[in-house]
Design a protein around this ligand. Sequence first.
Ligand code: FVH
Length: 301
Amino acid sequence: MSERTKPHVTVLSLGRMGAAIAAAFLDSGHPTTVWNRTAAKAGALVARGAVRAATVTEAVTAGPLVIAPLLDHDAVRQTLASATPVLHGRTLVNLANSTPDQARELAAWASGHGADYLDGAMLALPDTVATPDGFFLYSGSRRAFTTHRRALEVMAPAHYFGTDPGAAEVHDLALLGTGYAALTGFLHSAALLAPAGTTPETFAPLAARWLHGMAEFLPELAREAGSATYSDGVSTVDLNRAGVDSLIGLSRAAGVATDVHEPLKALLDRRSADGHGGDSFSSVYELLRGAHPGPWPRPEA
Ligand code: FVH
């Protein structure tokens, strides 16, 4: 596709993410209109070829695809409130961090004004926009995703989770949860090692190497949990109970908080008390999963 034929994109908000996104569209040759509440933030992008819209209505009117990486749900609602008459026939891509219900509410609102709605979650930092290190999740209008996928992938590889507008946010929270557990574990260990003279900076590369190996183990963990087959794992509940117990004991003796690992210890103790001490570590999944009506949607190719 020549640069001339690339579709027009509007970017509403030029915070850290919005500025990086608008720059990525300009770099890839998309005609780009920008708007920001604090207009001065548009200066550098205008110098690179962006068109500065004076109002939200002018920005939305500029083209079919409106991307909103605003601060939060309220900011999106406040920003778009003045532009409802011109939303009809456009696609709104909401990239603000939102709850699943907020995404659904906004989808219904956009639909009421004749707009297609895609909800997006940005698994990227400002400097990983338009690099292989970032990726974005989407859910909502399939037509919008299919029509605009190529433009969306200017920002980051795009993964679509189906027509429920809340699904991207559910997956975003699930990924945050995975990351929080790992990062909090790192901070705990850094606190444990500090009195011995190992600084967090020294420990970080070692921890990163270990986490890389842990990530390689995820498919096996997933296979066991997904099939509820816990009998052939190499790392049992009781083996890990002993390990977590030692970690808590060492922390306590060093005066370091034990809050991070006490909940895991409680889960392992319950599994063992229920007669599953010889099962694979992954069997704690049986205590974590609730009764839900069906599987969450998987990303589509
Ligand atoms: N920054 C990060 O590391 C993370 C990476 C992962 C995704 N998050 C989420 O991305 C959304 C935007 O975050 P951000 O980092 O770009 O945020 P800021 O740099 O603080 O920019 C916020 C922009 O929103 C505008 N804004 C705020 N409130 C309003 C409002 N009521 N009406 C209109 N615009 C509003 C703000 O405008 P201004 O202050 O420049 O006038 C900025 O353009 C976010 O959901 C993260 O959770 C970021």
